[in-house]
Write a protein that binds this ligand. Structure first.
Ligand SMILES: [Zn+2]
Length: 339
């Protein structure tokens, strides 16, 4: 470490948990931030400031005005230009810490590209907004023995859980399958920036511990918090499940894309999403989407019109997104409104 770095990170080096050796380890480390929205833009900025030497940022979305109240890295000009979040993040991080190497990937994380996008990362921070991505990350991370930190926030509530393969339970030990039905999302239920920064901070603290060489000290715990009623709870994470299909039996169904990939319909400006069986209560979804725009539903089909797109959703969770031929856009809309 040179004199400039020693000065720059001096307060972090003074902290006994990090020290000079820990800072050296951070500078030599490579972390991936998957999803650079509310949680991810906080992760990326914090890790850059802490001197994590190499950052990979993956995101498929563009900055919009409705992001700015909670997505710490972005500014009005990013939204006005509708910059890809990964690109806007790289630009801002270069201004925050020009001495680290940051790579932005404007991409939709899929089983086909995850190993290329996250190649070389020693740790993955979950900044995603949907369970498809989290189960894919879990499979990938466990298969490669890479730690990842699960995080989620909606409304005033959020949670975080570190997954350290071989040490803690994995996501599928705790929740063997993704939840069924439409989940509350920031689009449908709103979100406070305070819960985002709280959850993201917990994730970043675990990341710094792991990357500075203290992974063994991390307690297998799930932390939940509600910043509106002020309650914070910690639950001891369950032990690893000896029958867990992922970390015990090493069956990586989400990574091996046993579930069918999204298919672009031929000759039409539409993408069909049928990644997994996921029964959806259309009436309940209708009431959730009603405040956001025109929505029509009966027991067979729901139609929703988030301009300039049209979404048709079926009770088995299948959806057709009209107005795009890009699976990433379609999957982004799906995650936004169904979770
Ligand atoms: Zn497991």
């Amino acid at each position: 470490m040179d004199a400039l770095a020693r000065q720059r990170y001096s307060r972090q080096i003074l902290f006994p948990g990090i020290g000079e050796a820990g800072q050296e380890a951070l500078l030599a480390s490579h972390a991936a931030v998957v999803g650079c929205g509310a949680l991810g833009s906080f992760h990326a900025a914090a890790l850059a400031r802490a001197g994590v030497g190499r950052l990979t940022i993956v995101d498929r979305d563009f900055v919009e005005p409705g992001n700015l109240h909670r997505q710490w890295l972005f500014e009005e000009s990013d939204a006005a230009q509708a910059l890809p979040k990964a690109a806007a993040a790289v630009r801002r991080i270069a201004a925050i810490n020009s001495s680290i190497d940051v790579r932005g990937m404007v991409a939709d994380l899929t089983p086909a590209n995850i190993s290329e996008l996250l190649d070389g990362a020693q740790l993955i921070l979950d900044g995603t907004d949907n369970f498809d991505a989290r189960y894919l990350i879990n499979d990938f991370a466990v298969s490669r023995a890479i730690p990842w930190i699960y995080g989620a926030a909606v409304g005033s509530y959020g949670l975080s859980m570190p997954v350290i393969p071989g040490h803690t339970a994995c996501l599928r030990c705790v929740y063997p399958d993704p939840p069924s039905g439409a989940q509350p999302t920031c689009e449908t239920a709103g979100v406070l920036n305070a819960i985002v920064s709280l959850v993201a901070s917990l994730q970043v603290a675990a990341a710094l511990q792991i990357l500075s060489g203290h992974a063994a000290e991390i307690a297998p715990r799930i932390t939940t918090a509600d910043v509106w009623d002020g309650r914070v709870r910690q639950i001891d994470g369950p032990p690893r499940d000896p029958d867990c299909p992922c970390c015990a039996l090493r069956e990586f169904v989400h990574l091996d894309s046993v579930s069918r990939p999204p298919v672009t319909l031929c000759g039409r400006d539409a993408v069909q999403i049928h990644e997994r069986e996921r029964p959806v209560d259309l009436r309940e979804l209708q009431s959730r989407l009603q405040p956001l725009g025109e929505v029509r539903a009966n027991e067979y089909v729901l139609r929703f019109f988030p301009s300039p797109y049209e979404m048709t959703i079926f009770p088995d969770g299948r959806a057709i997104v009209k107005g795009t031929a890009d699976p990433a856009v379609a999957r982004g809309l799906y995650a936004r409104y169904l979770g």
